[in-house]
Design a protein around this ligand. Sequence first.
Ligand code: GRG
Length: 293
Amino acid sequence: MKIKKEYEFIRNDLDDYFSERILTSEFPRALVDPIKYIFINKGKKIRAILLVESCKLFDIEYKKIRDVALALECIHTYSLIHDDLPSMDDDDFRRGEMTIHKKYDEATAILVGDALISLSFELLSSDNLALPLGVKIILINNLAKSSGGKGMVGGQMLDLYLNKEFASIDDISGMQYMKTGELFHFACTSGVIIGNGTKQDMKNLSEFAKCFGAIFQISDDLIDVKSTLEIAGKAVGKDIKKGKLTMIDLLGEDKTRKEISKYMNKASSILQVYGEKGNNLHALCMQLIDRKS
Ligand code: GRG
């Protein structure tokens, strides 16, 4: 219960900070309105929470890294807006409402996404982020790699053109790691960089990110098969309709659920090194398994 309140605090604080301090009058109203529409009071903000929790392992407090958490959520939100466009996944619903290109128009959706990418790097390079310059450069470099052609965008490209007939489990999980896992990697490893962790910490948190990403992706695939538009807040049943290959197709539902347990056990054993400090990250993994949206 205590951690649910903490997560609610982070979500609300990021919303307030974004709308009151970042989206200043320098931005045209025509951009601010759709940004607020898709961001404020929307989404689980799980990447921000994961980043905050990973930073706690190194005793870094939330306010110090709030801009990093917001930058990550901006990049993630842009990816959803562009992914929903007619030329990509062509979706009408996102975060329980109409997608931006449906509510506004396609040009607005493209430009809102573009503005969020730039804003993300502005946040990381701004003087407001009180971290040493060298640390900021590493974070900027890492987010650029995780979100770009070697990461999320590359994974999206592979997903568009993966040859479904010949794809193996490794092809699918490799593509999914790039598409969604790389941003989790950024979330999990930023604390090591900011908190001056060891090489072993980097190895641990990178491995943990892989487990977290895999659990997230498998639970997302299960939502697509099992949930409804009302509960999930987005269209479901899309993977089958669009002929997308998921782990469920290759392994079946039972074995896929067993895969979740495998990743969960691995995540738990990595976190043991951090003792009680790792409890919240463990709880976050458990929440993924039970999530409905
Ligand atoms: C278009 C450049 C570009 C990239 C898109 C991540 C991605 C790449 C597309 C998203 C497609 C998708 C729905 C993938 C499944 C996993 C996923 C990222 C789900 C949405 O993330 P949540 O559940 O969403 O954290 P909220 O709304 O809570 O932030």
